[in-house]
Write a protein that binds this ligand. Structure first.
Ligand code: 5GP
Length: 209
């Protein structure tokens, strides 16, 4: 029956260091029909990041060409680099009945909310800005200068959290992951996402009759 159901688009935001990746890692294995969109970026890969898995790492020229060709569902600049979501891949997964998570920053999220008003949006909030800075430092992936820029960016992002359907304070990864899964399951049951199933039930009734 699931094949008849169109998937849900899920916008997942929160400042760098809020714990989005850790939450997503926890939930991805829990739900078979949940897919994480792989973004394109002009940011250089960090140690351990794999092209095509973490991101598609592209040149500025390639990125701009994709954007100009209208291939992006959304895109934005963040700390001097471009980040964007290819529309085709997302559409493909939704048609297959899979839910698609876009882990994107606030400007891109705003574009998606406008284009796809029925999308579910979730914002992950750190318990405090000092905790956020601590997490970024512990991650050891960025220089102090980059960390300070990311904290400044975080303040601007948090100020827009009220635009999202749900806000989760991430002070406990396990609990936050459970909350995200619960919200997604509720979204799947919204009548707007059950139209095909409702039609199927109605037509099966007719077949019996
Ligand atoms: P990072 O450089 O830490 O991987 O990502 C920086 C920010 O860019 C994060 O907030 C992340 O969610 C966001 N981001 C990643 N991919 C995309 C995308 O495709 N579009 C937009 N708008 N933001 C993205």
């Amino acid at each position: 029956m699931n094949k008849l159901k169109k998937g849900c688009l899920i916008v997942f935001s929160g400042p760098s260091g809020a714990g989005k990746d850790t939450i997503l890692n926890k939930i991805m294995g829990e739900k078979e029909n949940l897919k994480l969109s792989v973004s394109h970026t002009t940011r250089p890969p960090r140690e351990g990041e794999i092209n095509g898995k973490s991101y598609y790492f592209v040149s500025r020229q390639e990125f701009i060409k994709m954007a100009e060709n209208g291939e992006m569902l959304e895109y934005a600049t963040y700390c001097g680099n471009y980040y964007g979501t290819s529309a085709v891949k997302v559409q493909d997964e939704l048609e297959k009945g899979n839910d698609v998570i876009l882990e994107i920053e606030v400007q891109g999220a705003e574009q998606v909310m406008k284009k796809v008003p029925e999308a579910l949006s979730i914002f992950i909030l750190p318990p405090s800005l000092s905790e956020l800075k601590k997490r970024l430092k512990n991650r050891g992936a960025d220089s102090d200068e980059v960390i300070n820029r990311r904290v400044k960016e975080a303040e601007k992002e948090i100020a827009l959290a009220h635009n999202y359907d749900y806000v989760i304070i991430n002070d406990d990864i396990e609990k936050s992951a459970k909350k995200v899964l619960k919200i997604i399951e509720l979204q799947e049951m919204k009548s707007q996402n059950m139209k095909h199933i409702i039609d199927e039930v109605l037509s099966s009734e007719k077949n019996i009759g």
